[in-house]
Every structure is written in structure tokens, then in C-alpha cells.
Design a protein around this ligand. Sequence first.
Ligand code: MET
Length: 765
Amino acid sequence: MQTHILGYPRIGSNRELKKACEQYWSGKTSLQELLETGRNICQENWKTQQEAGIDLIPCNDFSYYDQVLDMTLSVGAIPKRYNEVALKTSNSELDLYFAMARGYQKDELDITAMEMTKWFDTNYHYIVPEFYKNQEFKLFSNKIVNEFVGAKQLGVNAKPVIIGLVSYLLLGKEKEEGFDKLDLASKLLPVYIEILQELQAQGAEWIQFDEPFLALDLNEKAKETYQFIYNEIRKKFPKLKFIVTSYFEGLKDNLSLANTLPIDTLHIDLVRCEDQLDDVLDTLPENKSLSLGIVDGRNIWKNDFEKSLQLIQKATDKLGSDRIFIASSCSLLHAPCDLELETSLDNDIKQWLAFAKQKLTEVSLLKKLSEGTTDKAILNAFEENKKAIASRKSSALIHHNDVKQRVDAIAEVDSQRKNAFSTRKKAQEKVLNLPLFPTTTIGSFPQTKEVRSWRAQFKKGSLNSEEYKYLLKKETQKTIQWQEKIGLDVLVHGEYERNDMVEYFGEQLAGVTFTKKGWVQSYGSRCVKPPIIYGDVYRPHPMTVYWSQYAQSLTNNWVKGMLTGPVTILQWSFVRDDQPRSTTCKQIALAIRDEVTDLEKAGIRIIQIDEPAIREGLPLRKSGWKNYLKWAVEAFKISSCGVDDATQIHTHMCYSEFNDIIQNIADMDADVITIECSRSQMELLNAFADFKYPNEIGPGVYDIHSPRVPSIQEMTELLHKAQKVIPASQLWVNPDCGLKTRHWDETEKALLAMVSAAKEASLRY
Ligand code: MET
């Protein structure tokens, strides 16, 4: 029996890599210093794994930005627009690499970055490979081999982690018509072979090919490509040992394909899909070993040893322990580094958690326990584990019967508005009295340095709560007055009191806690610190009423109440794994519902419940969509349906393609939906037009992710375009998303222009 993990976090326990990269980018440090930080992190990670007793230690899981971009550079799939950058950076491969990741604006060049998108259903973003019809590949970067050699020099015979050829192609995008990216497989194969030859020559024994697409829906062509590629690789390398990993889903209908691949070890994710174990055990060919992905790489809960040992036992009974690997379910990239750095977490909660470093020990302990160790320390660790698991099952911190009962008692009427939209629309028109093409914003206004420094000072204690409140009030007041002045119709308070749209609610909800250093890489040097939903969630006190009510008291215009929706809070957190996500989501929905009804009672007649993450929560396989969408939509409705007809519910969504979920969006039945639209030149609106979406809709008329100030004319044109496909009586006018990352001067100019564009549109109508 062997132990391994699929990859380890590379940001460093104190985000050393983030800091080193950002300093290098801003010209404050040298390339040598950055490379040294990189090397130190690799060494530290290898050492940590050695000490934890991991048998097969990964290399090439480190990356200065992203592992997919690393592969792109390795195989020389460098888009032509970087040709000149390559000349300018000819003595530093890493500079070219960063230019591809972040764009290049120097030496009179202005070259855009490569596209970035989410890595499967995680919050990690990768750089999308670009493929062209006459795509050529050639070995360009030696990073893979160099990292292997680096490990070897430290006495670690590491297992290079390489994105499998088929998954690499499937992760990319055809940038021209007239070919299929999978057709590039035979052109790419020689470069993979070259890399493997060099690794073999340097003494590599094991190679890990990550093939996450093996766990997704595959067409025939992809299946054939898998077979072709792995047969070719095997022919060339009869002696290298290959582990092919699948994760984030079960192999399901691709199991027979996986079984036919001429590889040595197949890795399966038993956290995401425990059910697949029996089928795999029944069908795995005798010449293959099985890697059991049993320690959760995506979440922060301690492994339940008793349960895991039963699964391991089942596998060893069938295959014999020689054919078993104990592993993390996926790369530990998605977990924070080290729980020991958390000094202010509640101790009861802390004992239920394991971060990446602790997960290494879990993998190693599971092996020793399943081998029947008699070592006292290990047996003690097992007892400790049992105690922690048992305490989580019954802890009063987690379990609140009244919350559970409230979820059980949810009735159909709770997720239905009192009347249909057509009736509500009339009631709302009467009360709200808004013009045609009403203007509004998505919620946040610039979070200036000052605003952030007040929060920092408040947290440190150098501002007391009254002083902090006073400053925020003044900022809110200024924002309300300014919105009135430029003639916006529906105002917002600006969200100055919020650090982050999920954290702000998480901090106030019971059942949610936060770490100090639980950073996880989101993309490049950007890290996030997701809240931990550990227990039954409820709302001990109103969360936003004070600020909304205050803002409303300052104006005769309507002020929108501003909330984050239950699915988004769930999606952007570490979620408890001891009950279905749908149940946790409903608990959050009830808490938001309480807030919505309190806002209504306080005189707020327009309430926005943001759900930007609803689409990204879609399961990876289509077969799971129906169930997810059912509970996700229900959760939104539970949160939004407790109000009268005349109270207008808004929702906001961004980063989304809506075509395949438009029916579900309609089922959410928000009175108004605002969407990100401008970068697609209103194309995203077509899904709503084709569907004849009945409720009101605010397609974003300018891109808030750029400092560029849009002209009145371009926004009028966009509105005109929108009006062609959606009746004017249904249209709102607003930016794409919140303005918190923008500066005031851009914001002022852009919103002034937007209000003028709305006026012009209504005159034209
Ligand atoms: N109300 C939030 C804001 O304006 C919505 C953001 S959606 C990512 O920032």
C-alpha cells in the first residue's frame, strides 16, 4: 500500500508567493528573489510531505501563476500576439509567462492577457489555452523536468504531475472556426513524449496524469482520443508507471474507458462519488492498482477515519493491499495550508478541521491504521479522531433543533409570492411610481482607501464603533445626495459597511465562522478566505436594516435594500458535509427571508437579493442539474417570497451564460433581474428575449471591470439594441455590476452618462 497526494498548495502558509509575485511585478524585487521564493516553497512542501510520511510526493504541482498556463508554456502553445513580447523578454521565460497571464503594457506594446475561467466547479481560475487551426506545438519550457531534478537533488524521487493530454486540449478554446481541438492530439503527442523521455532519463518512475475530464460527460471522439493517446504513450514507455487521476465527479459511464487505458494506477474521487467504489472494484483489470481519493481536497473537515477504513478494507479485500494507494480526493490546492496557524478559532470548531498539512497526516495515518499498526501514538490518534467526529455529530454549537424544525416545516406557500407577476407589477407601479427606463446601480459604490482604512482601524480598535459608524454614515449620506443630484431613480446606500458581500453576512449569521490565515488561491496571486459554515445557520439579529433604513431616511427617492442570496453564500464558503448542501442552503434562505421581511417592515419597498453564483453551482454532469436547480431556485424563492405584492424583489447575476438555465431563472420569479451584459454587446440578453422572459430586466449597459468611461452614445445604442428584443416597459438601466473596485471620478462620469442615455432612450420611445 502506498500513500500520495495529487498536489499541494503553492502559495505558502503565509502567502509568500503572492507577496513575492506582486513585489516582482511592481519592480520592487529581482527575478532572482522571486525564483528563490518559489524554490523555498517547493522545498518546504516536499519536506512537509516527507515528514508526514507520504510515499509518492508530487512535483510540478508548484506554479508561479497557474498549472494550465505552465503546460501551455511547456508545449509552446504561445499565441502569436506574444511574439514581440517574447523578443523583449528573451532572457526570462517567466516574464513571457506573466505577460500571457496578465497582459503586457510596456515598451510601446499593449498586448491583452489570455482568457481566464473557472477550474471545473472550484473557485480556482485557470488560463484558457488558445488553439488555432494550424496550431503547432514544441517543447518550450523545461519547467516539468527542472522541478523533478530539483526534488531529486533534495533526495525526493518525486512524481511529476502533468495535465493529461486529453484534458489539456479539452480545457482549451478553439480561437478559429473549422477544426476541433481534439484533432490536435496527434500533433501535441510528440511534445508529451519528449517530456516523458527526459523525465525517464532523469530517473522518474511514476508520472501522474491529471485527466479530470474522465469524470465528466464525454463524446465518442474524446473517448477515442483517450484510447489513442494512452496506447501511444504506453508503446513508447513500457516501464514508466502512470497514474491517471479523475476527480470532482465519479467515472460513471466512463469507467469502462478508464479500465481499458494501458496505465498502472487509476485514481478515483471517493469524496465526491463514494458510490463508484463497488463498480470500480468489480471491473478493475488485474494489472491495475487503484488510488482511493478518500481525504477531501476540496473542504476543511477532518476525515472520518472509521468510515474511511471501512472503504479501504473493502478495497483491500478485493484487490489486496499491494494494489491500493491512499490519497487525497484531488489536489490540496483547494484547501488552506495549515490549521495550526489559526490561533483564534473556537477550539471546539478547530478540532473538527483539517487543512492541507493536516490532511497529509490523515493520508498517512489511514495507511498505517489499515495495515493494522500497533503503534500506541497512532492508535491514540485514531481515538482522538473518533472523539472529534462524535463531538461534531452532537455538538450544541452545530445543532439547533428549532432551525432544523423550521426547515422541515417549509411549505410550498413559503416559496411562492402571493400573486403572479402581472398582478404584482400593477401593485408596484402604484406604490413606486417609477419612470420608463428606470435607472439604478447594483449596490456598492467605490470602496476608497479611506473607507478601507476606517474598517481596518475599527478592527484594530483605534476607531470605536460610534466613530466608525459616524464616518460610514457621512459617506452614505454623500452617496445618497450625489445619486439624487445626478438623477438616478432607485438609489442604493453604497455598502460601505461591508468588507465583502459574503463575509459581511457570514460574520452576522450563527453557524458560520472565519479563519485568520485560511487563504486559498483563486487566481494568480489572488487568494480568498472562504467562510466556514459549520453549523445550523440562523439570523440572531437583523443584519442590514440599520443601514438601509438610515439611507432611506435621507431621501424621498426609493432606496434598494441589498442582500446576498443563499446560493451565493453557500457557493463561496466551505460548507458542512454532514448534511446535504440543499439543507444548509435552505437554512440560509430562511435567515435571508427574515431579513427581507424586516426590511419591508422598516419601509424598504425595493429589495435586491444578489445571486451571482447560481450558475457556477451547476453540477459538472448534466444529470445532476435538475436536482440542483430545483433546490437552488427554491432557496432563492424562500428568501424572497415573504413580502407583499407591492414590494419589489430584484436579483443580480453576473459571470453567466443564461441560455441553458433561462427557465430556472424565470422560475426564480424576481420582479427585476439585473445582469452583466455589456461586454457581450447585449448578446446575453438574447436568451431572455428568445424565452420571452416576462418580468423586468436590467441589462448592464457598461463594463465596471474596466476604468474606461463609456460614452452616452454607446450606452444609448446598447439600450436601443435591448429595446429591440425586450419591450421597453420591462427594461431597467444600470451598470454591469457593483462599483466597489472603481474610483469616484470614473464612477461619476460613467453614471452621469448612463442617466443621460436612459433619458434619451425614453424620449425616443
Ligand atoms: N451588491 C453587490 C455589489 O454591488 C453585488 C455584487 S455581485 C458580484 O457589489
